[in-house]
Design a protein around this ligand. Structure first.
Ligand code: ADP
Length: 483
């Protein structure tokens, strides 16, 4: 087991690693073993304010650099991240719990945002608009928005940071970052990498500490022009309300309640394999995880049999074991939530066909068995609220329209998946699903080169793709009279 020294200086402001001014620290726990890994600095609004000041001062010079200069630094960060992949993956697994193979995949994915935005930095084009007046020339110039506050979650402690930092830096913005208290070590390592490749001081600042006071400071600070956040819809709403006074721009990746629809013309092995991967990856703690599966009645028995067989073969274990397929949940509250959803469903008539309780393996951590539920109805919490755990309800349907209606019957709109071998059905259903991301025979849509983001209460804006960098710019329109 990796044992870490105390990381008392985890706050990074204006190029300096600092302790919290009040001397406070926060323990970081391994969710599989419940060991305290280390303690990190626990700052508050004092550090949050200093970080904004540093980022504001650094903005003028950083935004004046050429796109090529910024691109080179991002490319160096990409290379360095991959160079340290094993070490980063091990740290990530230790504080977050996911199996090592998933942690390695996350580091690859996290690094790919540095690569993609190293490239996109050079392609942040403006526009010349054909004018209706021959004495005028009209143009649109993208300019960096200013200081960006990034607040990130623990479920993807590396890629949720780079997905925000890379486009922000590429566009010429400076950043203040607050990672989740559960996973500050991965954030620390990423900022260290940026420091090592030579990002100028003040351009990236890291504040580990109290979410509420740091969040308040950044919402109220006039210099923070954009808050980019990934996390719960509840906190997203708070940030929106709190940012109203300064009319800040917001980019929000919030909760989801992803449906999978399996049609009777689908490749059933593929559908079962992908359903398994979608639900149980990261122990169900992914905002685009399958939250409910609708299976066409004619294939219901076959599909259930295939899925159950695959679930049976999952190896529950501490993430650090190479053979682990499913690790612990992040904390006790996460286990309680799974239990609450399960009890509510069973009490309302659902049946557990696999799993259904805490895993009684050799570790004291937050493990829960992968669990399959049938006889579910719309009235159950699991069918409406994000469980964020390894609990999967399945429901049969008869007609395509019925499945689409049920899939859309939610205030969320992040990701939805369909399995079918008919191109007609695939296109028809895709168009009707009210979601920002659709997977057709695929449950891994999140890649650096494509725009990720939800509709309805799942968020605002896009991350990734050529669109992702536009969250971090203002479009300046120039109308020029000429003789
Ligand atoms: P989760 O419930 O999955 O932990 P949250 O939305 O609570 O999701 O957390 C996502 C991020 O938001 C974390 O970095 C967390 O510390 C931060 N956060 C939580 N509450 C607030 C708040 N009131 N203001 C600002 N940030 C917050």
């Amino acid at each position: 087991m990796t044992k870490f020294p105390n990381y008392t200086k985890t706050i990074f402001i204006d190029g300096q690693w600092l302790e919290a001014h009040n001397g406070n620290t926060l323990p970081v726990q391994n969710p599989a073993t419940l060991e305290t890994i280390t303690e990190v600095s626990y700052g508050d609004e004092v550090e949050a304010e200093q970080a904004v000041r540093a980022a504001s001062q650094a903005f003028r010079k950083w935004s004046a650099k050429t796109a090529r200069e910024r691109s080179q630094l991002l490319y160096a960060a990409y290379e360095k991240m991959l160079e340290h992949k094993e070490e980063l993956a091990s740290i990530l697994t230790t504080e977050q719990g996911k199996p090592l193979k998933e942690a390695r995949a996350e580091i690859d994915s996290a690094a790919s945002y540095f690569l993609w935005y190293a490239e996109e930095a050079n392609r942040l084009y403006g526009e010349i608009i054909p004018s209706s007046n021959k004495h005028k020339r009209l143009m649109v110039i993208p300019q960096p928005i200013g200081v960006v506050a990034a607040i990130t979650p623990w479920n993807f402690p590396a890629s949720m940071i780079t997905r925000k930092l890379a486009p922000a830096l590429a566009a010429g913005c400076t950043v203040v970052l607050k990672p989740a208290p559960e996973t500050p070590l991965t954030a620390y390592q990423i900022v260290k990498i940026l420091e090592e490749v030579g990002i100028p001081k003040g351009v990236v600042n890291l504040v580990t500490g109290d979410a509420v006071s740091i969040g308040q400071c950044w919402m109220n600070h006039p210099d923070v022009r954009l808050i980019t956040f990934t996390g719960s819809t509840e906190v997203g709403r708070l940030l929106m309300k709190g940012s109203a006074d300064h009319v800040k721009k917001l980019s929000l990746e919030l909760g989801g309640h992803a449906p999978i629809i399996v049609f009777d013309d689908a490749d059933l092995d593929l559908a079962a394999e992908m359903t398994l991967a979608s639900k149980f990856r990261n122990c169900g703690q992914t905002c685009i995880c399958a939250n409910r599966v609708y299976v066409q009645k004619t294939i219901w028995d076959d599909f259930l049999e295939k899925l159950t067989e695959k679930v049976r073969r999952l190896s529950i274990d501490i993430g650090a074991k190479e053979t682990a397929d499913i690790g612990p949940l992040i904390n006790e509250e996460a286990v309680q939530k799974v239990q609450r959803h399960l009890e509510d469903a069973v009490q309302k008539g659902a049946s557990v066909i696999y799993g259904g309780k805490r895993w009684d393996g050799p570790y004291p951590g937050y493990f829960f068995e992968p669990t399959l539920l049938v006889n579910v109805t719309k009235e159950m919490r699991v069918m409406n609220e994000e469980t964020f755990g390894p609990l999967l309800p399945l429901q049969p349907f008869e007609e395509e329209e019925e499945a689409i209606r049920q899939a859309n019957d939610t205030p969320y709109g992040l990701a939805a998946y369909i399995f079918t071998d008919s191109i007609h059905r695939a296109y028809r259903v895709m168009e009707k699903l009210e979601y920002g991301i659709i997977g057709i025979n695929d449950v891994f849509p999140a890649v650096a080169e494509a725009p990720f983001g939800g509709v309805k209460q799942s968020g605002l804006g896009k991350e990734g793709g050529k669109e992702g960098i536009f969250e971090f710019v203002e479009l300046k329109y120039v109308s020029m009279g000429i003789r």
